[in-house]
Design a binder for this molecule. Structure first.
Ligand code: ADP
Ligand code: TPW
Length: 577
């Protein structure tokens, strides 16, 4: 135990001196840094921390499983640029939160996983403490930074380091290990308060080098078929007006990655989304803004990308450059600073891209969009993905401030292309990993952080990963409408068991399940929708009332395809070809 915690000399003055404990130092340190919400799940040793935090004015959102609390923290981080906080108990609770921490890091979302832990002396000698685990060692490879605080007087530093690590440079997940003993440690209250740190400028701007900006502009100027690719880093950066100005002033067609949808409205004349394959094949200069050339962009090479091209990459992480293909013009800095420098460099004589290029894109867009009109207007029975999503598309058009959460395979792929987004940071989805299970955690965070209506578009398998959190949605009476695309299984419900045993195939669920009853069980509204009209009415009502609602949308069980649109990555399908 530290000197500060030793019994003070028995003078009457020092006996009267107020003390502060570890619990309150943690709470005060968070509050000092404007952290107003904690997502978590109580238990030893952090139960009192949740109670006291609530008593001290922090909003504490308690979940049914830590993974969803962690996902909520990550989404809150993405939406606000403040690290989202997830609080868990030791070993199993910590491990449950770890998937979300790793996912946040992978997606460049700032979050801090704070876990209580067992006593160091016992853990390190492996003597079998309650929920014993060397959590710090396990968390380290899965996050940007990991810290442990052993002494009350270091809580301020620990939290400051966690916050700065999460949001500076490329954002990501941070782990903070707080052993049980820390919470009951006491120290002189005045000294304790003095030990806390308000982090100044936690995510400092990083100004790009002028020669890097000029190099990029020269490349763009010489392009015959330029293209801008906006990623979720651009959405995170909250440089919305400048990004829009850059796109519009240059006149360059752009493609949004899924979570960058809405940075400019999807209906924008310069959006090339409806001609995606064409522009990726044909473009000669591609400027990536907050997007990585990972699997989601076919690593920048191969058939998807067609002929030779040169890349400009705007990113805060210098080591991202050349990760998959050569980058001709890296522009390193925060997107706000980079985009404003690019804008300033355009000057007044900027020539918009050749009309042959923009005209060819417009032609393809028109063709593809008019093909889609009839498909979306059809009203088959049972519903298919298109008919159900056309209803949601209209609902989002009517409420462009609503936040869409989206997961599944076909449900994800179709929703991404059918449901237009109109405002920045209104779409949250499976992200870089294509992970299932983000649904209810992201939905809770979106509702809590923004107060806006949330529409969660969920495959039935995807929903199952976090379905129990509908109780959380009801408990906090959040304006969330969950729409389960119920097609009786993973991808669909038509697989057969070839072995002749009575088990169903591994991808098949209970047929005609009533997910709506799950919401009713907790006092929310459950609707069983078998037609587009029923879906439309229920969704309209849910968004207008703000009541927790789950619509069980019955979808043709043969409508989807295995793995949705990423069949090329599925070894079983590659074999069948
Ligand atoms: P997407 O999946 O939408 O293509 P990625 O997650 O692959 O997007 O890429 C996001 C990129 O944005 C990351 O390389 C990250 O370093 C970068 N990034 C995140 N925030 C900022 C920021 N504020 N300024 C600059 N780059 C950023
Ligand atoms: C954590 C693998 C990818 S998509 C999916 C699974 C299980 C579910 C698809 O069925 P769903 O959607 O949701 O009913 P739809 O629209 O096709 O009917 N575990 C994790 N992440 C992933 N990605 C998987 C498994 C998977």
């Amino acid at each position: 135990m530290s000197a500060v915690l030793a019994t003070p000399p028995a003078t009457s003055k020092s006996q009267e001196e107020p003390t502060i404990d570890g619990f309150h130092l943690v709470i005060d340190a968070l509050k000092l840094n404007d952290i107003d919400t904690i997502f978590g799940l109580p238990g030893i040793p952090i139960t009192d921390l949740t109670r006291m935090a609530q008593a001290e004015g922090i909003r504490v959102i308690s979940f049914r499983h830590e993974q969803h609390a962690g996902n909520a923290a990550a989404a809150a981080g993405f939406l606000t640029q403040k690290p989202g906080i997830c609080l868990t108990v030791s070993a199993p609770g910590f491990l449950n939160g770890l998937t979300a921490l790793a996912n946040a890091t992978t997606n460049c979302f700032p979050m801090i996983l704070i876990s209580g832990s067992s006593e160091r002396e016992i853990v390190d000698l492996q003597q079998g403490d309650y929920e014993e685990m060397d959590q710090l060692a396990i968390a380290k490879p899965l996050c940007k930074a990991a810290f442990r605080v052993l002494h009350a007087q270091d809580i301020g530093v620990g939290i400051a380091r966690a916050i700065r690590s999460a949001v500076s440079g490329r954002p990501g997940g941070v782990y903070l290990d707080l052993p049980a003993k820390l919470f009951s440690q006491t120290m002189d209250a005045a000294a304790g308060r003095k030990s806390l740190i308000r982090v100044v400028d936690p995510a400092p701007r990083q100004i790009p080098a002028p020669d890097a900006v000029n190099r990029a502009l020269d490349l763009l100027r010489g392009a015959k078929k330029p293209l801008i690719l906006l990623g979720k880093g651009a959405a995170y950066a909250q440089a919305d007006a400048d990004i829009r100005a850059l796109v519009e002033k240059t006149g360059i067609p752009y493609l949004p990655m899924s979570m960058a949808k809405g940075l400019l409205p999807d209906t924008h004349a310069q959006s090339a989304a409806a001609a995606r394959s064409f522009v990726l094949q044909e473009a000669d200069v591609v400027m990536l803004v907050g997007a990585r050339l990972n699997w989601l962009l076919s690593h920048g090479k191969g058939k998807t990308w067609g002929g030779p091209k040169q890349f400009i990459q705007v990113d805060i992480a210098p080591t991202e450059i050349d990760s998959n293909v050569a980058i001709a013009a890296p522009v390193i800095g925060d997107i706000g600073s980079c985009v404003s420098a690019l804008l300033a460099g355009l000057g007044s004589g900027w020539a918009k891209p050749p009309a042959e290029w923009t005209g060819a894109i417009a032609e393809r867009k028109d063709k593809n969009q008019s093909k889609m009109v009839a498909t979306l207007a059809a009203r088959p029975s049972p519903m298919n993905f298109h008919s159900a999503l056309s209803v949601i598309r209209d609902a989002v058009k009517a409420r462009p401030d609503a936040i869409v959460v989206n997961e599944g395979a076909n449900t994800l792929d179709f929703a991404r292309s059918i449901v237009d987004m109109y405002e920045p940071r209104k779409r949250l989805d499976v992200g870089t990993w294509g992970i299932m299970g983000i649904g209810m955690g992201f939905a809770v965070a979106a509702a809590v952080v923004t107060g806006k209506p949330v529409i969660a578009i969920e495959g039935d398998s995807a929903f199952g990963f976090s379905g129990m959190e509908v109780e959380t949605i009801c408990r906090y009476n959040l304006p969330v409408c969950v729409i389960v695309f119920n097609n009786n299984g993973v991808y669909g419900g038509t697989d057969v068991n070839a072995s002749g045993t009575s088990d169903v195939a591994p991808t098949v669920f209970v047929k005609n399940a009533r997910y709506d009853k799950l919401m009713e069980a907790f006092g929310g509204v459950g609707v069983h929708a078998t037609t587009a009209e029923e879906l439309q009415a229920a969704l309209g009502e849910a968004v207008a009332s703000g009541r927790p609602t789950l619509i069980n949308a019955v979808i043709d069980e043969s409508a989807g395809t295995e793995s949705g649109r990423i069949t090329s990555l599925n070894p079983s399908l590659a074999k069948k070809k």
